[in-house]
Design a protein around this ligand. Structure first.
Ligand code: MTE
Ligand code: MO
Length: 372
């Protein structure tokens, strides 16, 4: 069993697949803390968790125009200033279950929990690239490719890439993280070193990082080239051409209700609705609208916590709204977020349906009954 060496996990996680391990925190817990506790942070593994010896671990950095370097963990910690970023990671498949209700899609049936937030600490990718002799700017198209130490049955590693400009941009704050919420990275989240690309789909934040390669082409990995792309609702598995769509990088604006849960019976009186909202590319959430009547009337939710630096809103906003509700009512609670570029979420799922069930960011709707 290639998964026999996987680490133990928190029993409270909602498991979508055991081997490889994929799990999300219960929504009620997700919405309770701005920083998701490490043991509850959603886990998205495509392959068995590799056993990495931190003593002999080396990160290789290479590619045309640089000098190949190999760095130990001690060197990564001592040679580069430690930088910290609070960033939300969201899987492209978050909320896929809602898409499958329109028409079946291929992929794990994530509810609203394939998203979590942590304070990450590590070396800036930019500093490591400059150390390896790469410049601040490059003519033409270049990418920075990441390879994990997790491999499939044929020996191929997990891999992904981001554009070179993002990798070397000081403002983009891409990290080679060895810390998560002040602790060393847990094994499920990439021990001993992972990439964290703030504002970008989780798939590019490669865990168990073994190699960084500057390249004129995107990562050759299946997950860069033939997965994690968006398509029209008219495209099916017979007609799909994965070369025709760009790989997902920055994600669209998103929000969801974490409390109450669908089907709940809530007491009459004051109802508190809670949730999260986030947008890709560092675009801050400027407003969340909530409806209790399926979208006929709206109120504005209170955004909790500190306002982020505009353009560098890497973390989600938690929000809540309190409203009176009458006994016997059937409520359809709806939320929708607006980001700093005034991007909004689509009102329904069908027009954004796609065969892989990615980019599922329609208004989130939760039906509840009010009791006496
Ligand atoms: N990196 C490696 N090496 N292997 C993986 O399977 N999964 C990716 C990304 N990095 C993955 C990986 C995907 S699709 C996501 S959404 C995030 O890791 C999830 O990170 P997490 O498990 O720490 O939440
Ligand atoms: Mo993902």
């Amino acid at each position: 069993d290639p998964f026999a060496g996987d680490p133990p996990r928190h029993p409270g996680l909602r498991v979508n697949s055991q081997k490889p391990f994929n799990a999300e925190p219960p929504a009620e817990l997700l919405g309770e803390s701005f920083l998701t506790p490490n043991e509850l942070f959603f886990t998205r593994n495509h392959l068995p968790v590799p056993a990495v010896d931190p003593g002999t671990y080396r990160l290789r950095v290479e590619g045309p125009g640089g000098r190949g370097v190999s760095l130990s963990l001690a060197e990564l910690r001592s040679r580069f200033p430690k930088h910290e970023v609070t960033a939300t990671l969201q899987c492209a498949g978050n909320r896929r279950a809602e898409m499958s209700r329109v028409r079946p899609v291929k992929g794990l049936a994530w509810d609203i929990g394939a998203i979590s937030t942590a304070r990450w600490g590590g070396a800036r990718l930019r500093d490591v690239l400059l150390h390896a002799g790469f410049g601040q700017e490059r003519e033409g198209e270049w990418h920075v490719c990441f390879e994990g130490l997790d491999v499939d049955a044929g020996g191929a590693p997990y891999g992904a890439s981001i554009p070179y400009g993002r990798a070397v941009s000081p403002a983009a704050e891409v990290l080679l993280a060895y810390e998560m919420n002040g602790q060393e990275l847990p094994r499920d989240h990439g021990f001993p070193l992972r990439v964290v690309v703030p504002g970008v789909v989780g798939a590019r934040s490669v865990k168990w990082l073994g190699r960084v390669a500057v390249s004129p082409a995107e990562s050759p990995s299946h997950w860069q080239r033939n997965d994690y792309k968006g398509f029209s609702p008219c495209v099916d598995w017979d007609t799909v051409d994965f070369t025709a769509a760009p790989a997902i990088q920055e994600l669209p604006v998103q929000s969801a209700i974490t409390q109450p849960r669908p089907g709940a019976a809530v007491p009459a009186g004051e109802l508190t609705v809670k949730g999260y909202a986030w947008s890709g590319g560092g675009r801050e959430v400027v407003r969340v609208d909530v409806s209790l009547d399926g979208g006929r009337t709206w109120r504005v939710a209170r955004l909790l916590g500190e306002r982020p630096v505009p353009g560098r809103a890497w973390a989600w906003a938690l929000w809540e709204v309190t409203a009176p509700v009458a006994a016997g009512a059937e409520l359809e609670i709806v939320c929708k977020a607006v980001d700093g570029s005034y991007n909004v979420q689509p009102d329904s799922v069908a027009p954004i349906w796609n065969l892989r069930g990615v980019l599922s960011n329609a208004w989130h709707r939760v039906r509840v009954t009010v009791t006496h």
